[in-house]
Design a protein around this ligand. Structure first.
Ligand code: APR
Length: 254
C-alpha cells in the first residue's frame, strides 16, 4: 500500500484541478452506517422503497416513519463528527490542493470539517421543504418536532419532505451542473467510500477519467469502479489512507 500512497500523493501534489468524489464509506469511521456492504447497512434493515418518491407521496406516514428511524433518530441521538478523512480533505482545500468535494452523503460532515466547496449531489438531511409552498426549514433537534408523523409545514400544513434526493427524483440542477463541470475539468479525482453503483452520481469519476483524469480510489473493498476506472487503488479505510497521504503532502490535521 505504501507505493500507492506515494503515487497518490504525487498525483495530488502535481494536480492542477484535483476534486474528490465521496460516498457513505467516508463517514463510516464517524459512526454513520453505510447503505450497502456491511452488517449494519441501511438497506439490510430497510426496504429502499421507503425512499422512492412515489411511495413517499402515496404513503407519507410510512415513508416518514422509516426516514425518521434511518436518518433523524440516528442524527439527533448520536453525536456524529467529521473523521480524519473529512479533515484531511478540508485541509487540502485550504492549501489549494483540492478544488471541491462532490459528495453523495447528506450528513453535512464535509462542511463541518471545514470544506467550503461541497456539492451535495443527493441533497441534505439538514433541511426539510414544504411540498406546497417550497419554503425550507432547518432540521434541528430543538426545532423539529418529529412526534407527529408525517411532519407538516407550520405555515400552511402541507406535507414536509426532507431536502435529499429520493429514488426516482432528479438531482438538483445547479449541483448537477457544478459537479459535472468539475469532473470535466479535473485532472485528479480522489474517490472515497463509494460502490459507484448509483447513477448519475457514479458517472462523476467515469466522466473525469474520459477527460484524462487520474482516478485514485480509497475503499477497503473493490467497487464497480476499481477494475474499470481506477488508476491508483488503495485498499484501506478512508481515515487511514488519507492520513498517510496527508503525511506525504506535509499536511498536518489538528
Ligand atoms: N472507508 C472507506 N470506504 C469504506 C469504509 C471506510 N471506512 N467502510 C465502507 N466503505 C465502502 C464500502 O466498501 C462501500 O464500497 O464504502 C462504500 C459504501 O457503499 P454504499 O453504502 O453503497 O454508499 P454509496 O456508494 O455512497 O451509496 C450511494 O446510494 O442509497 C443511495 O443515496 C444513497 O448516496 C447513497 C447512494
Amino acid at each position: 500500500m505504501e507505493e500507492q500512497i506515494k503515487r497518490a500523493a504525487e498525483a495530488i501534489r502535481n494536480a492542477k484541478y484535483a476534486i474528490a468524489f465521496t460516498g457513505a464509506g467516508i463517514s463510516v469511521e464517524s459512526g454513520v452506517p453505510p447503505f450497502r456492504g456491511a452488517e449494519n447497512s441501511v438497506w439490510s434493515k430497510y426496504d429502499p422503497e421507503c425512499l422512492e418518491l412515489n411511495y413517499f407521496y402515496s404513503h407519507p406516514k410510512e415513508s416518514w416513519g422509516a426516514i425518521k428511524e434511518i436518518f433523524y433518530n440516528f442524527m439527533f441521538k448520536t453525536e456524529i463528527h467529521p473523521n480524519e478523512a473529512h479533515k484531511v480533505m478540508a485541509k487540502m482545500e485550504q492549501r489549494g490542493m483540492l478544488k471541491c468535494v462532490v459528495t453523495q452523503n447528506i450528513d453535512f460532515l464535509h462542511q463541518e470539517a471545514g470544506s467550503r466547496n461541497v456539492y451535495e449531489f443527493h441533497g441534505t438531511a439538514g433541511r426539510v421543504i414544504c411540498t406546497k409552498e417550497g419554503c425550507s426549514y432547518e432540521v434541528k433537534p430543538q426545532d423539529m418536532d418529529l412526534s407527529d408523523m408525517p411532519p407538516r409545514c407550520p405555515r400552511c400544513g402541507a406535507l414536509l419532505k426532507p431536502d435529499f434526493v429520493f429514488f426516482g427524483e432528479g438531482i438538483p440542477q445547479e449541483t448537477y451542473k457544478k459537479s459535472f463541470d468539475a469532473a470535466e475539468k479535473a485532472d485528479v479525482v480522489i474517490v472515497v467510500g463509494t460502490t459507484g453503483e448509483v447513477m448519475p452520481a457514479g458517472m462523476i469519476p467515469i466522466l473525469a477519467k474520459r477527460h484524462g483524469a487520474t482516478v485514485i480510489e480509497i475503499n477497503p473493498s473493490r467497487s464497480s469502479l476499481t477494475n474499470t476506472c481506477t488508476d491508483i487503488y488503495i485498499a484501506a479505510k478512508a481515515g487511514e489512507a488519507l492520513g498517510l497521504i496527508a503525511k506525504e503532502l506535509a499536511i498536518d490535521v489538528d
